[in-house]
Design a protein around this ligand. Structure first.
Ligand SMILES: [Zn+2]
Ligand SMILES: [Zn+2]
Length: 93
């Protein structure tokens, strides 16, 4: 990982859990980084979502529910969340 990539990832983590803030209205939940796997894409090129431990690895999280289950439960798509992450990053700079 390059220095620029590390800086980019730490900025994303600092946004806090994107599901908490966008869906539940709770700002600033400490976030872990979830790499969204796209078929055929390299891990280093895969987009990243900031998610709190529960929404990442918990029973109501991406790994607990799987992609489809997660999107159905919360009524959001990864793409929509990724877009919000990008918007928020843009607002910061
Ligand atoms: Zn969360
Ligand atoms: Zn993950």
């Amino acid at each position: 990982m390059t220095k620029d990539e590390k800086i980019a990832l730490s900025k994303i983590a600092r946004l806090g859990c994107i599901l908490c803030s966008e869906v539940l209205g709770i700002a600033g939940s400490p976030a872990e980084l979830h790499h969204v796997r796209r078929y055929g894409a390299k891990r280093s090129a895969s987009p990243v979502l900031p998610l709190c431990p529960e929404h990442h690895r918990g029973n109501s999280g991406v790994h607990g529910l799987g992609t489809k289950g997660f999107e159905d439960k919360w009524g959001v798509t990864y793409e929509a969340l990724l877009e919000r992450v990008n918007e928020k990053l843009g607002e910061q700079s």
